[in-house]
Design a protein around this ligand. Structure first.
Ligand code: HEC
Length: 500
């Protein structure tokens, strides 16, 4: 089936041209001048209806604004688009990446609502069409350079203070067990003598070619000792962390408490989404809080020492903003081994004991806790690739931003309000999950939920994805349960809300 915005002209053009050549071959020398004239005129008529795009006028601005933020020298992408030649020489690759919508990377699918920054990060049908037509017409260049992308660093507003949080030293990313990614947590100190609201948060990567994405977590004063201990116990700067920070929830917060007010700030990927929280809202940080910066390094681009900073913009708590709270919507993961897999850990009980052995008693209780939380039968867990969990909203809630979180076996995730009712609304739909591209997406229009409304998270996992997992040790077949590690999974919706 043809997508509505798929360009038709290039295919037609090449087909017609080929037919022209065949005719030319059989026509004989006498007919040549006449046919040549006809062909030329046919070409001119086509050009009138669909002028082939100019690189300088049409293509370069798209590459500059939508691609060159990552595709630059020292950027996260594998090659730069700096000169016209850089672009033209990759035309066939660009064709397939743009046609299949792999580039620019933007995980939310068409069922997602409109998201802040989406126009800046995705190609419009017209832009996609322009790139494809230019390539089909031979990717000719009429300029030398793509030009520089406009700087996007947001300016602080009056009354805001910019705090740069930098780890004490540089960290050299390293590979564990041959993995091509390193996930490292750094404890940084915003030096807060008073309570503040964070109004914007972004990352300034030290090594732009290595820093793939970053998640920022708050460490409330009561958890600072735990975080400091984790940091001290691990050799080198910071500590290895894959799914979360590994910092236990503060004692006494209770499962419910931490689910409705989790210590998240934001997730950041190069040039994505909005750094700024919605006007009038902010994340409250108590005096004495610290911040964990979880950095995902892509080791395919090398191992240079990195010293990235988190940059927070804050206002004093007396500004009286609406505090943004982070609601976590976890769903159970009960994923049996794939059909062609076997091994001792394919047994659920054995896999559960393995979790306890690796992470302690508490980790072993989580799977049953999630089944109970989500109203499932903990005695005979419903297992399979798809899992969902409904949570009832208890107070009026305005949803501002949404994220999904799974690990390496994730296929798709959806977060929706009141599914199956006339008031159903998708908050985020990621049809092709990629662990390597995570972000918090801000809704263009906030959505309000009333008490009694249901928020559902639905995850699809795929055990066959294990054969691609890094490091190689993560490929051991197992009945996969909820856990922090590369071999475990998560099914987590994240909502950033205010409660008027
Ligand atoms: C947010 C960063 C980012 C943006 C924006 C981006 N790319 Fe990429 N691109 C990457 C990364 C990283 C890779 C390496 C493969 C991967 O990690 O998915 C890549 C790979 C590619 C590849 C080769 C591999 C493949 O998937 O076919 C092409 C071609 C490409 N990009 C073209 C583009 C074009 C054209 C645009 C703009 C329309 C664009 N990219 C925008 C980050 C980006």
């Amino acid at each position: 089936m043809r997508r509505r915005d798929e360009p038709t002209p290039p295919a037609g053009l090449t087909r017609r041209r080929r037919r022209g050549l065949v005719v030319l071959g059989v026509a004989g020398a006498l007919m040549l001048p006449l046919l040549g004239a006809l062909l030329l005129r046919g070409g001119a008529a086509e050009a009138r209806t669909q002028p082939s795009p100019s690189f300088a006028r049409d293509v370069a601005p798209i590459i500059r604004e939508k691609c060159a933020g990552c595709h630059r020298i020292g950027g996260i992408a594998p090659f730069p688009f700096r000169t016209a030649k850089d672009v033209a020489s990759r035309a066939p690759l660009i064709e397939s990446a743009v046609r299949d919508r792999r580039m620019p990377p933007w995980p939310p699918g068409p069922r997602s609502p409109s998201l802040v920054g989406q126009e800046r990060r995705t190609l419009s049908a017209r832009e996609r069409n322009t790139l494809l037509r230019w390539i089909a017409a031979g990717a000719r260049v009429d300029a030398r350079s793509v030009g520089r992308p406009a700087p996007t660093s947001p300016k602080p507003r009056p009354g805001e203070r910019v705090r740069r949080l930098t780890p004490p030293a540089a960290y050299v990313p390293r590979s564990v067990g041959g993995a091509t990614d390193d996930y490292r947590c750094f404890l940084v100190d915003p030096k807060l003598a008073e309570d503040v609201f964070v109004t914007a948060a972004r990352i300034e990567p030290g090594q732009t070619s290595l820093v793939h994405h970053v998640i920022l977590f708050t460490v409330p004063p009561e958890s600072v000792a735990d975080a400091t201990r984790l940091d001290a116990q691990a050799p080198g700067l910071g500590w290895g962390c894959f799914g979360g920070t590994g910092i236990p929830a503060p004692a006494g917060s209770g499962i419910g408490g931490s689910l409705d007010d989790a210590p998240w700030i934001t997730a950041w990927a190069p040039g994505w989404g909005s750094d700024r929280f919605r006007d009038g809202t902010g994340i409250r940080l108590a005096a004495g809080s610290k911040v964990v910066m979880q950095v995902h390094y892509n080791l395919l681009n090398g191992r240079k020492p990195d010293r990235s900073s988190a940059v927070l913009t804050t206002v004093p708590a007396s500004a009286g903003l609406d505090p943004i709270r982070t609601m976590l919507l976890p769903g159970p993961v009960e994923l049996p081994c794939a059909k062609n897999e076997s091994g001792p850990l394919c047994n659920r009980t054995a896999a559960l004991f393995d979790l306890v052995r690796k992470y302690g008693q508490a980790a072993g209780i989580v799977p049953a806790g999630l089944l109970l939380l989500c109203g499932k039968d903990a005695a005979s867990p419903p297992s399979g690739p798809v899992s969902f969990c409904d949570r009832r909203v208890s107070t009026p809630t305005t949803v501002h931003a949404v994220a999904g979180h799974m690990h390496l076996l994730g296929r798709s995730i959806r977060i929706e309000l009141n599914p199956g009712t006339p008031r159903a609304k998708v908050l985020l739909d990621i049809p092709a999950w990629d662990f390597h591209w995570q972000a918090v997406y801000q809704l263009a229009r906030p959505v309000t939920a009333r008490p009694g409304d249901v928020v559902r998270v639905t995850c699809r996992h795929d055990a066959t994805r294990r054969r691609l997992a890094e490091p190689a040790a993560a490929r051991t077949p197992r009945y996969t349960l909820w856990g922090e590690g590369t071999t475990d999974e998560m099914c987590l919706g994240v909502l950033q809300v205010t409660r008027p």
